[in-house]
Write a protein that binds this ligand. Structure first.
Ligand SMILES: [Zn+2]
Length: 483
């Protein structure tokens, strides 16, 4: 019993001591937990609080930003501690949660001629691995012309132009030509030593009028491509600026547009992409032949994106107007009419709308259509403006009337204007024609009256633009200027 009692007491005393020790330990632990807890939270936040930022542009929404950067609206709201109802203003900076650990201001551009990841990294001064991660790229061959690419912190202060080395040239020549110290230039191009520069690679030199999409090739000149990304049924332009006489050829999806010499070493080719070209990746090849026989060949893959063309409801028209013999004969006449490439640019700037209310569109370019239950699928080669009979039709730009063609079976009363460089505009189904072949027309000048002649289901203007014989989306020409 005593033993038991003392044992009990002993146990009690042990228990009391243990309890006190345990309590102190608990308090210490608690303090440690609180501090280390806070500390841990700080660490986690410090590790995760770098996100690259996107600068909001006019018309952006958080949904659109989330979609563009492959994240969710909820994630964006959370990392930005924003309320969904807070209005978004152009210039606001939004942290992008899909790239934790990266930093800088995000921008995007379309991959231009001669771009590689290394050259992008050199130009933007962004880390190569960061670029690869940002763009989820697994192979350098995925860098197609016209692909949208994300960059961080592009050095906007110092525009640069890409320069390709030719065999036998040295980095020091490039540096001297650009008025740069070769070490400064190699640093700018992320080379530890100028001797590491390679022939046929692109290096960036500061240039006041550089564009992202131009590539300088010493001994050849500068080449650039306009209207990226390229779309089915759209126009693109190739410019070559060369210090000496040079023959240029190019090919994309079996089309080789003709270049026109514009004087001062400038050559330009306007070209179209057929509306039925499958979206995908195609090689763009260009060859430059100098007078001394030197040939430089340029090759790069280009992405052609979908024009998102709709399908019209089946149309019922006069069978005569889809009779294949009639169609063939008229197409042959037209093909001949729009083939010559007048080596002068008659137009300047953006085309004006060919009628009063350019928003009154009945059918867009490129839509797939069928006629009279015929299984053949056509596509719409122009833009249809819907009006009552008797509405005026205007020339959209300066040009020469090369066709004033009454009573065509398919096209009805038709006018064709040559704007130069292979650009033609065409007006079909007119009630009246108010110009004659050879007339020079100015933008806004009356050329005809809307009607419903030829293959037409009601009064409308079919407005078409051909580029070196290919019908292209006229909406592009009404939306932007081709210089
Ligand atoms: Zn039409």
């Amino acid at each position: 019993m005593v033993n038991l009692f003392s044992m009990k007491n002993y146990t009690k005393s042990i228990n009391t001591k243990a309890y006190k020790a345990f309590t102190s330990l608990l308090i210490v632990l608690l303090i440690v937990t609180i501090f280390s807890g806070t500390f841990n939270i700080d660490l986690v936040q410090a590790q995760a609080t770098t996100y690259p930022e996107y600068v909001v542009q006019a018309g952006d929404s958080l949904y659109w930003i989330a979609e563009k950067f492959n994240t969710t609206l909820e994630a964006i709201l959370e990392v930005n501690q924003r309320d969904v109802n807070t209005p978004l203003h152009p210039g606001d900076k939004i942290k992008i949660p899909s790239f934790p650990g990266l930093q800088g201001v995000l921008s995007s551009e379309y991959v231009g001629l001669g771009t590689s990841f290394v050259s992008l990294s050199r130009r933007s001064q962004a880390d190569l691995n960061q670029l690869i991660r940002l763009n989820r790229i697994t192979s350098p061959s995925e860098l197609f012309i016209g692909r949208e690419i994300l960059l961080t912190d592009v050095d906007q202060e110092l525009p640069t132009v890409a320069n390709t080395f030719l065999e036998g040239q040295t980095f020091i020549e490039l540096a001297v030509k650009s008025g740069q110290n070769q070490w400064a230039l190699s640093q700018r191009n992320l080379l530890t030593n100028p001797n590491y520069a390679l022939p046929q690679d692109n290096y960036y030199v500061p240039s006041p009028n550089a564009q992202n999409d131009s590539l300088a090739i010493p001994g050849i000149g500068t080449i650039s491509i306009d209207n990226l990304p390229l779309r089915q049924g759209d126009t693109y332009v190739l410019h070559v600026q060369s210090p000496e006489k040079i023959e240029v050829k190019s090919e994309l999806v079996n089309i080789s547009p003709q270049f026109t010499d514009m004087g001062d070493g400038q050559q330009v080719a306007y070209a179209g992409i057929h509306a039925l070209t499958e979206p995908g990746v195609y090689p763009l090849t260009m060859t430059f032949t100098r007078e001394d026989g030197y040939v430089y060949r340029f090759d790069q893959l280009v992405v052609i994106i979908s024009g998102n063309y709709a399908t019209d409801r089946p149309l019922n028209v006069d069978p005569e107007t889809i009779n294949s013999e009639n169609v063939r004969a008229e197409d042959a006449l037209f093909k001949e009419l729009v083939v010559p490439i007048t080596p002068v640019q008659h137009w300047s700037g953006q085309f004006v709308a060919p009628c009063q209310d350019p928003d009154n569109i009945m059918s867009r370019f490129g839509s797939r259509r069928t006629y009279n239950d015929d299984p053949a699928i056509y596509y719409h080669t122009g833009l249809d403006f819907g009006y009552n009979k008797g509405t005026d039709v205007y020339a959209p730009a300066r040009g020469t009337v090369v066709g004033a063609l009454p009573d065509l079976i398919v096209r009805g009363n038709t006018v064709v204007i040559d704007h130069g460089l292979g650009i033609y505009s065409i007006y079909m189904h007119l009630e009246e024609i108010h110009v004659e072949e050879g007339d020079i027309v100015e933008p806004g000048q009356l050329i005809g009256i809307i009607g419903t002649t030829g293959r037409s289901t009601g009064p409308h203007l079919h407005f078409e633009i051909n580029v070196q014989g290919i019908p292209v989306n006229p909406a592009t020409w009404l939306r932007r200027a081709f210089p």
